[in-house]
Design a binder for this molecule. Structure first.
Ligand SMILES: Cc1cc2nc3c(=O)[nH]c(=O)nc-3n(C[C@H](O)[C@H](O)[C@H](O)COP(=O)(O)O)c2cc1C
Length: 186
């Protein structure tokens, strides 16, 4: 197993005090001895418009796509909006998804984590995210869904501290590292 994976964290919320950002940060801390994390700022991306999908691509889009191309895997932490993924996250995935056979997302392992203050933990958004990733030929990590219900109560002083979730997320990260190693050997 390599000890220096490059991972890209994407948060599906732009809210400054987002619960999903605290979750992403805690998961990045779990991987600190094995992975270097970079973060994408998806709020800077323009609305997807196929007319803009021409060279030269908008600067922010180029940067985002090159961040994905440079990573071994992605960690997406997102809330659920109206039973789906936030528009800002779908917009980002659309920008990264072209051309269909040869996009930066193609064959990238992606660990998906959703969270919500409610009991359901954003599981409906999780399914949309996974489906979009499959459409883009990415590889959602094959692991039981990591969903965090009641997330607000699990954040203390801005830090996500729920041991049971973090243990589960650790096994999701381990699956992703295995997948990255397997892909590197092909
Ligand atoms: C537009 C909107 C739609 C929402 N829809 C849902 C939903 O369908 N399911 C859910 O569990 N929470 C829903 N919520 C509540 C969010 O889970 C909650 O605001 C959460 O804190 C947002 O995530 P963040 O803290 O990472 O920004 C919604 C919130 C907003 C603003």
């Amino acid at each position: 197993m390599s000890t220096n994976y490059r991972l890209l964290g994407i948060c599906g919320s732009l809210r400054a005090a987002a619960f999903s950002k605290a979750v992403l940060s805690a998961v990045a801390d779990l991987a600190v001895s094995k992975a270097q994390f970079d973060y994408a700022h998806i709020g800077a991306l323009p609305h997807f418009n196929q007319d803009l999908y021409v060279e030269p691509l908008p600067t922010e889009v180029r940067h985002f796509r090159s961040q994905i191309a440079a990573t071994d895997g992605l960690v997406i932490s997102s809330p659920e909006y109206n039973h789906g993924m936030p528009g800002v996250l779908k917009n980002a995935l659309d920008w990264a998804s072209r051309p269909h056979n040869g996009s930066p997302l193609q064959a990238k392992p992606v660990l998906v984590i959703t969270s919500s203050p409610t009991f359901t933990g954003g599981v409906r958004a999780q399914y949309q995210i996974r489906e979009t990733l499959v459409s883009a030929l990415a590889r959602p990590v094959s692991h039981a869904e990591i969903v965090v219900g009641g997330v607000g109560a699990k954040i203390i002083d801005g830090r996500f501290t729920d041991e049971a979730t973090l243990e589960f997320a650790k096994s999701g990260l381990a699956r992703m590292f295995e997948e990255i190693d397997w892909l590197a050997k092909r």
